[in-house]
Design a binder for this molecule. Structure first.
Ligand SMILES: Cc1cc2nc3c(=O)[nH]c(=O)nc-3n(C[C@H](O)[C@H](O)[C@H](O)COP(=O)(O)OP(=O)(O)OC[C@H]3O[C@@H](n4cnc5c(N)ncnc54)[C@H](O)[C@@H]3O)c2cc1C
Length: 587
């Protein structure tokens, strides 16, 4: 039960029939890309994920990364797999050809990322950091650092990390204390302790670049005083080769519920040499290049787990005989109505989020390379709106769908052999890291909705409305268009009330943020279901599955819109009924 089957057919269906990738490939930037190339790349990527990465997953769970004499040793097979990954050119899939990458759209990279993450989440964490850091350095780096680091990151010769968290600065990034003192040669000396740093040390690459947020002397308080530094494990010689060991040290690895193959490190910076990227005080802004890619990919992680768990549950349910008339042979549990309810729920939640992360990736591609400035601006607004929704909804779906898969497998699901309980443990952190989901909801409401007269919401809702108008009269879609129309209406009125509350009752708006985000996510999933079902015209199991699951979504999931709207508007009255001390007086 441990094999991983990448969702290649579904991804190709989405890229060719649902997501407007033709628009992307018409751009001069992607003149070298066509549907055949994308199919070939993803086919090869699926093979790599299934054959090379899939077998690492459960072994890495049993033998996680270890700290030996101050050095991190990765789980068996990781270093070899990383070499194959690098030789295949996978680290630079969406990086520009001028930088040694493959020059493919992020949209294609995102589809491949799901296969990597679905095969082995811990390995997925390793490749994500380096790719995101290369994008950051391309955008904000300069001089020798950029020249030396980017091609090596793209080639997979070097690795990278993201170093934000400190004991007193988790969600509250503005409280970072790590100090960066300027040195006469223009570099800096960094001192402080970063915690929970994924892959801060390992044996897969000879050089590791820690991308560190720190505070220069006299810097303003809060996030405005943060600058970004590259702190290499080995000092970088003039020709780019690694030199003397820098003063960084992994003091401890955390013991975790899951993701054992991904070392989570306490990293001491003890007078380490660092190089500033971007201006003083512009650190968080620069870091957002990396964080936005990582947030998208955490959403992809959620879909990857949900997809892998769904595939296992479907296979098991077809094979497990149980129940039926006692005089006859037992029937497969897939025939029971309640098991079907669970399996349909899993598909109904997973598949629209796959389309949604591809839509968000497409928006990011178009925001950079779109044909006109209007197209770029509109795509940028849509991407900003969709990113927190993808991150939060998909990370929750990953864990909840994995938990449903465990239910379908029964006792077998709870045992290691079933291959599902690891998904539950590994995926739980996705709602916590890269901005806890509560913080994503506040970002959506207070920043994305609260600024610029709600333009980001307006772009999103206009897209949903236009597709409803274009596709909604198809009788084959059953109740879906009507229910989506109702849900969009609820979202419209809820949005208007929250916008009002942001002006005069902010606490009420904040209290509703999490449910508002879920409501947006539900409408967004209805939107992608509408488009998937309308495109599924073929007489194939894939197309029949899409149309039937879209109707299930309309019957079983879309009605939740009314409850979500009500909760989003309930305000802070009842949650603030007790003061903090009385609330905490419990048991
Ligand atoms: C396995 C793992 C890997 C990680 N990898 C990295 C890494 O590579 N690099 C890195 O820098 N960090 C990493 N992290 C840290 C991660 O990003 C943080 O855990 C996360 O940002 C949350 O911070 P916190 O744990 O301090 O929680 P807190 O900030 O203490 O939050 C706890 C709870 O309070 C809520 N909360 C906090 N503030 C507010 C507020 N203002 N309003 C409303 N609610 C609020 C949160 O939503 C959350 O539910 C990793 C963590 C883990 C567990």
């Amino acid at each position: 039960m441990s094999a991983y089957t990448p969702p290649l057919d579904d991804v190709v269906f989405l890229l060719e029939e649902v997501i407007d990738t033709a628009r992307l490939m018409a751009l001069p930037r992607y003149a070298h890309v066509d549907a055949a190339l994308v199919r070939a790349v993803l086919g090869e990527g699926a093979r790599f994920a299934a054959d090379v990465l899939g077998p690492l997953n459960s072994a890495a769970d049993r033998q996680g990364a270890r700290l030996v004499d101050g050095n991190v040793e990765l789980s068996p097979g990781f270093t070899h797999a990383w070499r194959l990954f690098a030789e295949g050119g996978w680290p630079g899939l969406d990086l520009p050809q001028e930088a040694g990458g493959q020059g493919l759209p992020l949209t294609v990279q995102a589809a491949f990322a799901e296969m990597v993450q679905g095969a082995c989440l811990a390995f997925g964490m390793l490749q994500l950091n380096g790719r995101a850091a290369a994008h950051l350095l391309l955008e904000h780096g300069h001089g020798g650092l950029r020249e030396h680091a980017v091609p090596r990151l793209v080639a997979g010769d070097w690795a990278a990390t993201i170093c934000i968290s400190e004991p007193q600065a988790g969600s509250d990034v503005g409280r970072i204390r790590t100090r960066a003192e300027p040195r006469p040669d223009g570099s800096y000396t960094l001192s402080g302790t970063k915690i929970w740093i994924s892959f801060a040390d390992h044996d897969a690459a000879p050089q590791i670049l820690q991308m560190v947020l720190a505070r220069t002397p006299e810097a303003a308080p809060g996030t405005a005083g943060l600058s970004l530094f590259v702190v290499p494990k080995y000092l970088i010689e003039a020709d780019g080769r690694p030199g003397a060991r820098n003063h960084t040290r992994v003091a401890r690895l955390e013991h975790k519920m899951g993701l054992h193959g991904s070392p989570t490190c306490v990293l001491d910076l003890d007078g380490a040499v660092g190089y500033r990227v971007g201006g003083e005080g512009a650190g968080l802004k620069c870091m957002f290049t990396m964080m936005n890619l990582m947030r998208l990919e955490v959403g992809i992680q959620g879909v990857a787990v949900a997809g892998a768990a769904t595939a296992k549950a479907l296979r098991y349910a077809r094979e497990r005989p149980q129940g039926g008339p006692s005089a006859q042979a037992p029937i497969a549990i897939i025939e029971h109505a309640d098991v079907r309810r669970m399996l349909c729920t899993m598909r109904a939640r997973t598949e629209p989020l796959r389309a949604l992360y591809l839509e968000a990736a497409l928006a990011l591609d178009l925001a950079r390379y779109g044909a006109t400035s209007e197209a770029r601006i509109e795509a940028g607004l849509l991407a900003e709106w969709l990113l927190p929704v993808c991150k939060a909804c998909a990370s929750e779906a990953g864990f909840e769908v994995a938990s449903l898969a465990m239910q379908v497998l029964g006792g077998q699901g709870y045992t290691h052999e079933g291959g599902v309980e690891q998904y539950v443990r590994d995926s739980r952190v996705q709602a916590i890291y890269e901005g806890a989901n509560g913080i994503q909801a506040l970002d959506l409401v207070t920043r994305k909705l609260g600024r610029d007269q709600g333009r980001r919401y307006a772009v999103f809702s206009a897209r949903v409305r236009a597709d409803l108008q274009r596709l909604g009269s198809d009788p084959g879609l059953g109740a879906l268009p009507g229910r989506l129309h109702e849900a969009l209406g609820l979202l419209e009125s809820c949005t208007a009330v929250l916008q009002d509350r942001l002006q005069c009752a902010r606490r009420d708006a904040e209290a509703g943020a999490a449910h508002y985000l879920q409501l947006v996510g539900l409408v967004a999933c209805g939107w992608t279901w509408l488009r998937m079902a309308a495109a599924a015209t073929a007489d194939s199991p894939l197309a029949r599955g899409k149309r039937a699951t879209a109707r299930f979504f309309a019957d079983y999931l879309l009605p939740e819109a009314a409850a979500l709207e009500r909760k989003a508007l309930a305000g802070a009255g009842t949650i603030d009924a007790l003061d903090g001390e009385t609330l905490a007086t419990y048991g």
